[in-house]
Write a protein that binds this ligand. Structure first.
Ligand code: DSN
Length: 457
């Protein structure tokens, strides 16, 4: 691609001097990972690149401190500053989402969701969530998650067009009378119908919980409807579109507090002592930094660009004949339908070209979750690097080329062992493919023109 270098950016490249001095083995691994991250395009939609300020907070002395409890009510002494840091993070988060209550202690998204179950349900209660194959998350009641072991989980689907089947949700809610309903997914390319689901939840007296892990940054940037008016509880991770450290949060809305004024306290207790110990204070501080960054006008521009980039990527892929679930996107991600069970082949080939994506199920998956038919991709990370729609078109061209190169490959339709053996052989072969290696060089050139910037506000 011509003429991609426009401005000089200071990158987040780390030196790891102290580790180099005392731990050569780890130093080499860190350097190799740093090279992978800077020389490839991260298209996994749940990943992003944080600012140097977020990294600094993550690597701070706050990791030395224990702080079980909450600001003003800790089980350990010496928490004066930690209290203020947690208050800062909580206050910023509440303001970003316009909610009256927030807990910033969950270690990540799954523990946050587990705490919601603990706060609102008894073992054996019924919950309703989006089916895993249709983009839902494991913790929304999938059979191999502990949530299905302890609760009676019922799953809803998307329609043939890829949009959530609201008629089915209404029907299942009426039939099963769930205690809570989940909305939110990991591979749903469309806007979530919070308002409609809010009505359904109210009609059966269920709590409605929005797991906005994927779209949190888009909500804050104003490019996705906020669930705050329509749901009772909001959970999220902080490291996806929100561009913060790896962690989780839970919020209770005014609607939730109206339903149960103790809901905030119940969530607090469900986290500590219910399911976690001491909060990770270095993460809390990094959240405060990220929430501060997300409150700036630059973040609104960032959110808009993520969506514009995802739409450009989707449009160009479809123009080139690639089939996408729901024929496009409203948000930061797309799901390619690669043909029955071919997701792993496409993922592995993209990897050789330096395009990192992940295999994923598609609605009504005809194959299996381990060897599914789709590949999921998104634009949060490449947008953080400063890429715009022009680069998305180029990326779509490369993806389409990779799809052509691997067109003749297909997994054996026998058993897992045969499929695994086939994949090993395929990976060896594709890693030597001359055209793929030439593509990789082009991808690297674009990557070097767009290093990860160290300042994001
Ligand atoms: N692992 C996350 C994702 O990639 O979407 C969900 O937990």
């Amino acid at each position: 691609m011509k003429n991609t270098i426009k401005k000089k950016v200071r990158s987040t490249r780390q030196k790891f001097n102290k580790i180099k001095e005392q731990d050569k083995a780890l130093y080499e691994l860190l350097q190799a990972e740093q090279k992978r991250q800077s020389d490839s395009l991260e298209l996994i939609p749940s990943e992003n690149i944080v600012s140097k300020a977020v990294l600094e907070a993550m690597g701070s002395i706050l990791t030395n401190k224990y702080s079980e409890g909450y600001p003003g009510a800790r089980y350990y002494g010496g928490n004066e500053q930690i209290d203020k840091i947690e208050e800062l993070a909580r206050g910023r988060l509440k303001k970003l989402f316009g909610v009256p209550y927030a807990n910033v202690q969950p270690y990540s998204g799954s523990p946050a969701n587990m705490a919601v179950y603990i706060a609102t349900c008894e073992a054996g209660d019924t919950v309703l969530g989006q089916h895993l194959f249709d983009g839902g998350h494991l913790t929304h009641g999938w059979k191999s998650s502990a949530t299905a072991k302890f609760f009676n989980t019922v799953q809803y689907h998307v329609k043939k067009d890829g949009y959530i089947d609201l008629d089915e949700v209404g029907r299942l809610a009426k039939e099963h009378k769930p205690k809570l309903i989940w909305v939110g997914a990991t591979a749903y390319p469309r806007e979530f119908p919070f308002k409609e689901l809010g009505k359904i939840a109210n009609s059966v007296g269920a709590y409605l919980v929005a797991d906005v892990a994927h779209i949190a940054g888009l909500i804050v940037a104003g490019v996705h409807t906020s669930p705050a008016k329509y749901v009772d509880i909001i959970t999220s991770t902080t490291h996806k579109t929100l561009r913060g450290p790896r962690g989780g949060v839970i919020m209770v809305t005014s609607r939730g507090l109206k339903k149960d004024k103790e809901l905030g306290n119940k969530i607090d207790k469900a986290i500590m002592p219910g399911s976690q110990g001491g909060p990770h204070n270095h993460t809390t501080a990094a959240m405060a930094v990220a929430f501060g960054e997300a409150s700036k006008p630059a973040f609104k521009r960032y959110g808009k660009q993520i969506v514009a980039n995802a739409k450009a990527l989707a449009d160009e892929l479809m123009r080139r004949g690639v089939k996408l679930v729901s024929d496009g996107t409203d948000n930061h991600l797309i799901v390619m339908d690669c043909g029955k069970g071919r997701g792993a082949i496409v993922e592995a080939a993209l990897d050789v070209a330096g395009l990192t994506a992940n295999k994923n199920t598609i609605p009504s998956e005809p194959a299996t979750p381990f060897f599914p038919s789709g590949v999921r991709m998104g634009t949060p990370s490449v947008t953080t690097r400063g890429m715009k729609t022009r680069e998305m078109k180029q990326i779509a061209k490369w993806i389409s080329r990779v799809l052509d190169i691997v067109e003749e490959y297909d997994l054996p339709d026998t058993n897992m062992a045969d499929k695994t053996t086939y994949m090993k052989k395929f990976k060896r072969e594709i890693a030597k493919n001359k055209e793929m290696l030439a593509l990789r060089k082009e991808v690297q050139k674009l990557c070097r023109a767009y290093p990860a910037p160290d300042t994001l506000v």
